[in-house]
Ligand binder design. Sequence first.
Ligand SMILES: *Cc1c(COP(=O)(O)O)cnc(C)c1O
Length: 639
Amino acid sequence: MKRFFSLKMRASRNVDGEPHHISGAEKIIQEEDASDFATALIDRALHHAKGQPDFINLKFELLDERGILRLPALAVTTVQTHTPAEGLAQMVEILRGKMGIANAEQIVALFQQCGNMRGAAIVDVDSLARLEPDRQRGVRVTYMDDADSSSKGPTNAKNHFREAIVLGTKVAYAPHLLGELCISDDPDYVTGYIASREIGYCRITCLKEKGSPIGGRIFLFRGNAEDLQETIAFLEKQPVLVTGVPGSSFRQDRWKRLQTELDAMEVDGLRRKLLVQDASADSRVQVGGQELLMLASNNYLGLAGDERLANAASAAAAKWGVGSTGSRLVSGTQREQDCLERELALFKHAEDAVLFNSGYVANLATISTLCGRDDVIFSDELNHASIIDGCRLARSRIVIYRHNDMDDLERKLQAIRPVRGLVVSDAVFSMDGDIVRLPRLLELARHYGLFSMIDEAHATGVIGLGGHGTVSHFGLEEGPDITVGTLSKALGGEGGFVCGRGMLCEYLRNRARGFIFTTAMSPVTAAVARAALRILQESPELPRRLLDNVKVFVDALRENGIQTATQSAIVPIPIGDERQAAQIATELRAHGIFLSAIRYPTVARGQARLRAALMATHTCEDLRNAAQTIAAVIGEQHN
Ligand SMILES: *Cc1c(COP(=O)(O)O)cnc(C)c1O
């Protein structure tokens, strides 16, 4: 007979001697899957957005298979509402109209009282009495899981939607409960639901203001004191597997799933749209007939729209045509790609360089080729997504160290003493504009015999003498083992590269799947990058001009009362509140400034910011005016 276990994880962090909850999860699993799921849950606990845990509790408990109840998932429907008033009115209407509960209005009003409980309130629908034994904590529903989740394998990602359906289903089937009302306590998540056996799982898309911490669960009870004991015992102890949960069953409509997710993003203000521009890239751009000062591009030196690169592209197209015709190892190495690799190596003072089709692919391919299951990768918590994805693809053990904190890195190296692996960091961090503490990082990597890898996407052409990057910035004799760069930012074109020892490049050309199994970059693209490198070398004053502009802009912001600092061309302007940051960016657009608002999950909650990226081609006047406008709009919003 198969053996089933309940597996529970709780992670917490000590704050002033008090444990603070970070994350929790539970599964009902078969014995053979136990270690996989345990690993996935530990992984989830270790890499939670709310921070790193000091304690992780894992609890396994044998269940009696015959005691497990299998329940069909409630059917999901969605009611679109656009304001909290409309959403709450719908909730009352459904309670009264479809579930026949007379006190609907009073029950919904109880949400004002039962926020911030870990568990749920139990409310007598007739007397409105609160019946949960512990008014602080509420009742916690446990011993439940999606019956199909184990067949999909462990994942360390939490799927809130599926977990809510599992919970809503168990509650709907609990004895003496008529159903559940739920408003999420996540300030950014405004969708909630009503669940009951008659109406199913009914999502209501707006039940509170964005940013409001109000939230909670109300279980609707009808019965006597004895009944209540039975209800609570069921909620707290009865193992339940829910079958046919949407998203885990193959029968679900594949298009409907996408539409539901898109709708949810729309409602939460997280659905993103492309802004189409109608003129060549410059420090001013055309969007929808409006001219905007561009403070959000990676075109640091203004090369993307440079005539000399356009001419290089035309000349290369005339000579080579536009396609590379194949993978580099098979048919796609033309003289342009070969020369570009050698010129990049010279520029970076490396023995050799390898091209990839983008910086993203360069990181993915390099990390996953050099590291495998036996490696430990030490990665800065603010590293770029392409580094994170490369680490995942490598299937190595990943150890995240605090942002640019070399003491934390050293502690972790000391504790783990890895046999093989990699230390990897952005050179210039893309959200804060600060520079990696490279000398110490290299020293640590060398001492522990690990590869060192630096991603110079925002450093090449920006920092160091003549834009040569981090090694030059620090005046080091010897650089990292592996330097990744992109041709798409300061160099104005597209493509990625890796440089280092000849042996490294030879190894990547033979092993990296992102090099082998893709068509080489076009000879036109390669020729453009060569021209950009030539311009950079002939005009070493360009990066200087860029950093002078940064100083003008930062000083002007300070004069207008906005404190900020940077070491590169990225200037973070702290705002804090997510909605405010988005509103300020929209308002700035109306004032002719193109600037992006960066929000959770790209940065931590409550640390939303505007992110300005400067260009060598901005004029001082542009920047002083922009600083003034930005300060004025922020001032208005705060009042
Ligand atoms: C932009 C960026 C990349 C990706 O480079 P692409 O050439 O745009 O794919 C990689 N790493 C960092 C740090 C970046 O900022």
